[in-house]
Design a protein around this ligand. Structure first.
Ligand code: NDP
Length: 332
């Protein structure tokens, strides 16, 4: 099995030298085990935090060991009646072309006609669920709300814009890092207005688009985006703090919003969340997302890098904004 392992803890931006590609001999299967040929492997922003040796909501990656994370593949060998050869399985064993182990760590999923199994790593998986939980369970989105979503052209952001509209938002504004992405937000992902945060200060641009203010802010970025949102939030506004990617590779302390007093004066609620505490929402989410996808009410896109040996490159591209929708590695 070809596997990508973390060998150094990066400071600032990770580099190829922080990883190695290893060839690992796999033993014969024991009882109730499976061997899985991975088809798609996920790269996600949260992985940057796990590369650091700090205590967080999930423990750091171990040095010298294979990077773990979401993956989907097909059972090619099995000693488990529950996981026959050919089953599609989702698991968390990450950056390797072949995964093997106890059947219990591989979740069998249904193959949906016309939908790539890669969707289980994106719109039908954790990123879709993240968008739904943030809007509905954290920010308590209600019909008529005006919504702002940062990181809008990524996996979570493209889902969030569409879910907000389907849940009755009156206006959905998004931000992203290029003119092409901004065009996709309004033409394809149901945003009413969008701006390129690299072109002018976020605060100015958001003020220009927010009309009489926003009720809900879905934050993927932190920093200047959170500050801009606090500036235009209406009384009683709610923010779901999902991510703060603008600071994930920072080597110095990053300045915080200068307008925190608005939280007091406008009675705002800012609530952070991590998905691990909301997996119980999955059935509710799936019951809505399945029909939305089938009817075409929700579209989803993927940016795919070929070859497990290019996983680090895919991760770095993701952190630099080289993706639209979900960033994935396709195992050759
Ligand atoms: P994305 O597909 O959104 O990819 C990351 C994107 O971040 C890039 O495409 C890039 O787009 C943008 N970005 C990078 N640097 C900056 C910056 N300095 N300022 C603004 N945007 C930047 O990833 P995901 O959809 O998987 O994740 C989105 C966010 O959600 C992340 O913050 C992630 O950590 C968080 N998350 C949180 C979860 C939770 O449980 N709380 C679960 C899953 C994700 P651009 O070209 O627009 O810059």
């Amino acid at each position: 099995s070809t596997q990508i392992q973390l060998i150094n803890r990066p400071v600032g931006w990770p580099t190829q030298d922080d990883f190695r590609t290893a060839t690992v001999e796999l033993p014969d299967l024991g009882p109730d085990q499976v061997r899985v040929a991975n088809e798609f492997v996920s790269v996600d922003p949260y992985m940057r935090g796990r590369m650091n040796d700090v205590k967080s909501y999930i423990p750091p990656f171990a040095l010298g060991e294979t990077m773990t994370g979401g993956a989907v593949g097909r059972v090619v060998e099995s000693t488990a009646a529950t996981h026959p050869v050919g089953s599609v399985v989702v698991h968390d064993l990450g950056w390797r072309d072949v995964a093997q182990g106890d059947a219990s760590v591989f979740r069998v999923v249904e193959e949906i006609p016309g939908v790539s199994i890669s969707a289980y790593l994106g719109i039908l998986g954790l990123t879709g669920l993240t968008a739904y939980v943030g809007l509905v369970h954290i920010a308590h989105l209600k019909a008529g709300d005006s919504v702002f979503i940062s990181g809008a052209a990524g996996a979570v952001g493209t889902a969030a814009g569409q879910i907000a509209r389907l849940e009755g938002a009156s206006r959905v504004i998004g931000s992203a890092g290029s003119a092409e992405k901004v065009a996709l937000l309004t033409d394809r992902y149901g945003y009413d207005a969008a701006f390129d945060y690299k072109q002018a200060p976020v605060r100015e641009q958001l003020r220009g688009l927010a009309g009489d203010g926003i009720d809900v802010y879905f934050d993927n970025v932190g920093g200047d985006h959170l500050e801009a949102a606090l500036d235009v939030m209406r009384n009683g506004g709610r923010a779901a703090l999902c991510g703060a990617i603008s600071a994930y590779n920072a080597t110095e302390r990053t300045p915080g919003p200068d307008n925190m007093v608005n939280i007091i004066s406008r009675g705002l609620t800012l609530e952070g969340f991590t998905l691990g505490n909301y997996t119980h929402v999955f059935p509710e989410f799936a019951a809505k997302m399945g029909p939305w996808l089938a009817s075409g009410d929700v579209v989803h896109d993927e940016t795919i890098v070929d070859g497990i040996e290019n996983s680090v490159d895919a991760f770095l591209q993701l952190m630099r904004g080289g993706n639209v929708g979900k960033m994935l590695v396709k195992v050759a």
